[in-house]
Each structure stands twice: as C-alpha cells, then as structure tokens.
Ligand binder design. Structure first.
Ligand SMILES: O=P(O)(O)O[C@H]1O[C@H](CO)[C@@H](O)[C@H]1O
Ligand SMILES: O=c1cc[nH]c(=O)[nH]1
Length: 243
C-alpha cells in the first residue's frame, strides 16, 4: 500500500495501460479485459487488473498533468512490481498532418516543465520512451492494419495558455507534432527507475482547425489506440523480453 494506491504488490500485472481519465480506464477494463477486478480506487483514480487474450494486464488512470502521473507511475514502478507503463492519452494536434482521431506514437517528449529538474536535477528538455515498447506498439499497429503517426510530443504543464499561438513556435523550433500533459514525467520516471514506458495518443483537439472531441468521445472513443496498446501486452509480459 502507498498513500495513493490501496492494493497489494501482486494486484498489478507487469504491464499497465495508463489513460489520464479514470472513466477511460473503467471503459477499457470493462470492454476488453477478461475477469477484470478493481484493485484500487483511492481519490477515484480507478485501477483494474484482468487479462487480455490470456495475458495479465492492468489498467490505471494517471489523472491529469505531470505531478499526477509522476506520483502514480513512481508508486507502480517502485512498490507494485510494474515493469512497463503504456500511456493511452489524448492530445491536441499542432500540425495539419494530424487529423482528429488519428493515433500518434511518441518517439520523444519535449517539455519546458520543471518536473525532471525538481525530481533529480536533470536539466535536459527531452525524455524518451523505451525503444522496445515502441517497436512492439509499431508491430501491433501494423498487425491490426491501424495507421499511426510518430514523432515528438510537447508535454505541457498548462492546458489553457495565455497565448494560443505559442504552439506554432514550439512546433517550428522543437518539432512537436502535438501537445499532451504527462509523457515527459512518465519517461523520466521510467528512466531513473530502470523501467519501461511508452505513450500512444489520440488526437482529441486540433489547435489549427479548432476541432474538439466531446467528453464522451474522450472516455470511450479511442478504440484504435487502445487496441494497439493491448496488442503489445503479450510481448511485454515475457520476462526474457527485457527492454
Ligand atoms: O486524455 P488524457 O489521457 O487525460 O490526456 C490529455 O487530456 C488531459 C487534458 O484534457 C491531459 O491529461 C492531457 O494529457
Ligand atoms: O494537453 C492536451 C490534451 C488534449 N488536447 C489538448 O489540446 N491539449
């Protein structure tokens, strides 16, 4: 048990899919897992463990933002024997090459956040996902015939910026294709704890066209991304597949 997760070590599988939204976690568990059981609900951050095609897997929400995913991913990695966390989030597109509901695999997270600096003094503005997890996610997408984009994402501490247009500068200077709010901290925690993390995102908002998904779509509408992530858990479950 930790201050934020009331569960026993054996309650979590080796691999956790982690959406920001607790109701997306519930939807994934109820829709896709066999024998899903709730393993924690502290602060309504719902966590479930079950199996997908006979492979154990857990689903747990992260809440919104780097402080929140920083806490949950740290506790999962250090206390509950979790080896792999795959974030399944939503994002806002910075480029017209991304369309609403497209799926994006993060190959890098750029951030102006102080998360890493505060956590252990790291000053680098980039953190990276596990190459092996990304390979398994690419293979899962290809097997299922689901197209994905790949590239840098901007992990922002702020959803409502004073200057909307600042995204154009971040896209031009940092190459970020989209914005979300967690992967920089998740990748940092995985690296410092010698664990593994990846991030799949569905475009829920478009900063150029100003299209936006409904809250219902954010909860239950991201099936392709979820199916790609679930399609990789068999690889992730094999002990010798060290990433
Ligand atoms: O849909 P989730 O996974 O929460 O991800 C995105 O949505 C939230 C903002 O609406 C932030 O958490 C952002 O990263
Ligand atoms: O951080 C985020 C997530 C989804 N949509 C956005 O515009 N920003």
């Amino acid at each position: 048990m930790t201050p934020h997760i009331h569960a026993q070590p054996g309650d979590f599988a080796r691999t956790v899919l982690m959406p920001g939204d607790p109701l997306r976690a519930k939807f994934i568990a109820e829709t896709y897992l066999d024998e899903a059981r709730e393993v924690s609900n502290v602060r309504n951050i719902l966590a479930y463990t079950g199996s997908y095609k006979n492979t154990p897997v857990s689903i747990m929400a992260s809440g919104m933002g780097m402080p929140s995913i920083g806490i949950y991913s740290w506790e999962l990695f250090t206390t509950f024997g979790v080896e792999n966390i795959i974030r399944v989030g939503s994002c806002g597109a910075y480029t017209k090459t991304l369309k609403l509901h497209d799926v994006l695999l993060a190959t890098e997270a750029w951030s102006e956040s102080s998360y890493a600096k505060t956590q252990n003094g790291d000053m680098a503005p980039h953190n990276h996902p596990s190459a092996k997890l990304n390979q398994w996610l690419q293979e899962s997408a290809a097997r299922q015939g689901i197209p994905i984009h790949e590239g840098t994402v901007h992990s922002s501490d702020v959803f409502y910026r004073h200057e909307h247009e600042v995204f154009q500068k971040i896209h031009a200077e940092e190459g970020a294709l989209a914005v979300e709010m967690e992967s920089f901290a998740l990748f940092h925690n995985a690296r410092v704890l010698n664990k593994h993390a990846a991030c799949l995102l569905t475009v829920s908002d478009h900063l150029i066209t100003e299209e936006a998904s409904t809250s219902q779509q954010r909860e239950t509408g991201f099936k392709q991304m979820i199916e790609i992530a679930l399609g990789s858990v068999k690889n992730c479950s094999i002990e010798n597949n060290s990433v």
